[in-house]
Design a protein. Sequence first.
Length: 240
Amino acid sequence: MLVARAGVAARAGVAAEAGPRIAPAREGTVRAASKQARREHTFGGGPLRMFIGLPCPPGAALGLAVIVAALPARDWRCVAPVQRHLTLCFLGEQPEALVAGLTLALRAATAALGAFRLDLAGLGAFPAVARPETVWTGCAGPGVAALRQLAARVEAATAPLGLPAEARAFRPHLTLARRRREGDRRAATALIQGLCATWAGHRWGTVEVTEIVVFRSDLGPPGVRYTPVSRVPLASPPVQ
């Protein structure tokens, strides 16, 4: 998938930066929205498995079809282009009633931020290319600084709500496929090592980041389905 705290994927060639501080005036607005979210947290609504992320339009990086076509279905479960996204923050299972207050907190925290462009580049695997379980493309270009600022604001909005903090360092990426447990591990590893060596640093395309989305995650027979439950637009059009 297109995850945020202190680091960034080395494979994407992006240096780590310190997250920006939120101005005191903005902090007051965020605290007010967070209090309302906490009040709504205590009332009604069944639990939803949720996360905050950036949608990736299917046409944003058509070149990735080359990678998807190279992954045999017997070994890999590919993410449908319409389901691709960049995760900013996992929320876990939370009451549905939290969504409205969370949306207010996100709007307050990101009100001063504009839209931006983010390059998708390279190819990698988690936990490592030598032990691939998830195949992804990383982020690069000037938009990564804006992404870090956005991720810091999202963290500022969610932390006062008592939502779980992300324990891992932020490594922004777009998930392309996950390995099937019943597949051939040795063959899958050899394939991914070759693909990562071939496509290291390759620029796949650009995503125009114009909104952040709260997604729900549902597991069904076809696989995991990600559905938007709330959208928060960013202020300005992408920088030319």
